[in-house]
Design a protein around this ligand. Structure first.
Ligand SMILES: *[C@@H]1O[C@H](CO)[C@@H](O)[C@H](O)[C@H]1NC(C)=O
Ligand SMILES: *[C@@H]1O[C@H](CO)[C@@H](O)[C@H](O)[C@H]1NC(C)=O
Ligand SMILES: *[C@@H]1O[C@H](CO)[C@@H](O)[C@H](O)[C@H]1NC(C)=O
Ligand SMILES: *[C@@H]1O[C@H](CO)[C@@H](O)[C@H](O)[C@H]1NC(C)=O
Ligand SMILES: *[C@@H]1O[C@H](CO)[C@@H](O)[C@H](O)[C@H]1NC(C)=O
Ligand SMILES: *[C@@H]1O[C@H](CO)[C@@H](O)[C@H](O)[C@H]1NC(C)=O
Length: 346
């Protein structure tokens, strides 16, 4: 093979330019009078000259919002058409549902969605919209669809994670997909987006489908390792005996599993002091012992994760985990499902 001939590059370039110009042309000179009048004012004076001013070019955000709104309207009407008929306009999936959940397959699960019907406010359906009003926690308050920030329309609509019917459906879907562990975004009670109020319900719904729950510990306001460990102790006291908690057999005990997001905010030596068996405040072989899985977000953290004595590392983003590996002692889980889940055996 080798480097393609420069003419091919030229052809591709000319084609791209032509395509771009065509696209711009279609948008700019759209015959749709609504679109034209929306973004463009044109006036012809008696002397024949045109006074053309572009009154307002919509921002990328606005275009995206319009596009999503249209998509939602279109999909909503399709769902409405499909409802009640045995032959919906959506094709049935072709895969065979799994008979049971497999605890080797983990998925990240967020129980932080809220909607106006159940919660009076909508949450997390419209993150990052600069035009949206925020509440005291800095969360977006709107209940309007205009701020929706999604690429896909949720099958259960803009649901509330507190809605038991919806959660039960999710767990049924996960079981059918063969997923055995949900890694639930977690902050201690009292911190924004803490799943505390739904945990009991989530644990039961999961367990009913043979699915286990692990915490995805997330950095919270003013967090320290001492505070976090205190909170995990409280968590284990309250939920530790629940059969829905995911545990792995280590050192002859079934230890709860904790994923930790951005652990190095707290320093790798601080982690080492609790995760190393010989650390000054080691939790190993205490009631707080667990399988701790640290996020590797950045190549620069390769050494940190080793120093900090995490049991396993994981990645939350699409990237090649293996490239980061520095020794066979380092293990790796990717979340896109292509890699095996490795857990250190000691
Ligand atoms: C045509 O008319 C407009 C509005 O009266 C004026 O601003 C413009 O200068 C005129 N153009 C020419 C070429 O006379
Ligand atoms: C041309 O249009 C702009 C915007 O509509 C307006 O502000 C301006 O006065 C117009 N110019 C003339 C000469 O009419
Ligand atoms: C149901 O869907 C199938 C496959 O798309 C189609 O061939 C059939 O005509 C549909 N039946 C009705 C009653 O719409
Ligand atoms: C819970 O979700 C179900 C299914 O989407 C819906 O029919 C029901 O109205 C919801 N309940 C509340 C209280 O919002
Ligand atoms: C956050 O932590 C700092 C330093 O430990 C402390 O001074 C401050 O009072 C804490 N803020 C709150 C709201 O707890
Ligand atoms: C998952 O990630 C690996 C490594 O980046 C990549 O080769 C593979 O195509 C990805 N699989 C999917 C399903 O995205």
């Amino acid at each position: 093979m080798g480097i393609p001939h420069p003419r091919i590059h030229l052809k591709v370039f000319i084609f791209s330019v032509a395509f771009t110009l065509l696209t711009i042309g279609i948008v700019r000179f759209s015959k749709d009078p609504k679109n034209a009048s929306r973004w463009r004012n044109e006036k012809i004076f008696p002397n024949g000259t045109h006074n053309v001013t572009i009154s307002r070019i919509p921002s990328k955000d606005e275009l995206r919002r319009i596009w999503i709104q249209k998509k939602i309207e279109r999909l909503s009407s399709k769902f409405a058409e499909g409802a009640g008929k045995t032959n919906s306009s959506f094709e049935k999936p072709k895969y065979k549902p799994m008979k049971e959940a497999n605890s080797r397959a983990h998925i990240f699960y967020y129980a932080w969605y809220r909607n106006v019907e159940l919660d009076q406010v909508s949450r997390h359906w419209n993150d990052d919209d600069p035009g949206m009003q925020k509440d005291a926690f800095g969360l977006y308050k709107t209940d309007s669809l205009s701020g929706i920030r999604l690429s896909f329309y949720p099958k259960e609509g803009f649901y509330s994670s507190r809605n038991e019917t919806v959660v039960a459906k999710h767990m049924g879907q996960l079981k059918k997909a063969g997923i055995g562990v949900i890694v639930v975004y977690w902050k201690p009670p009292g911190f924004e987006d803490s799943p505390e109020e739904v945990l009991e319900m989530l644990l039961s719904a999961a367990l009913e489908n043979g699915i286990k729950v692990a915490l995805h510990v997330s950095p919270y306001y003013n967090w320290t390792l001492e505070h976090l460990l205190e909170q995990l102790k409280i968590f284990l006291k309250k939920y530790g005996s629940h059969k829905g908690i995911y545990r792995l057999r280590r050192r002859n005990r079934d230890l709860p599993v904790f994923y930790v997001y951005d652990p190095f905010d707290l320093g790798s030596s601080a982690w080492a002091s609790v995760l190393s068996p010989t650390g000054s405040s080691s939790i190993r072989n205490t009631e707080l012992d667990g399988v701790f899985i640290g996020l590797l977000a950045d190549q620069a953290h390769r050494m940190e994760i080793k120093k900090s004595q995490f049991d396993v590392l994981f990645q939350h983003f699409k990237s090649h985990c293996r490239a980061f590996l520095i020794s066979e002692a380092q293990n790796c889980i990717t979340t896109n499902g292509s890699e095996q889940t490795y857990v250190r055996d000691d």
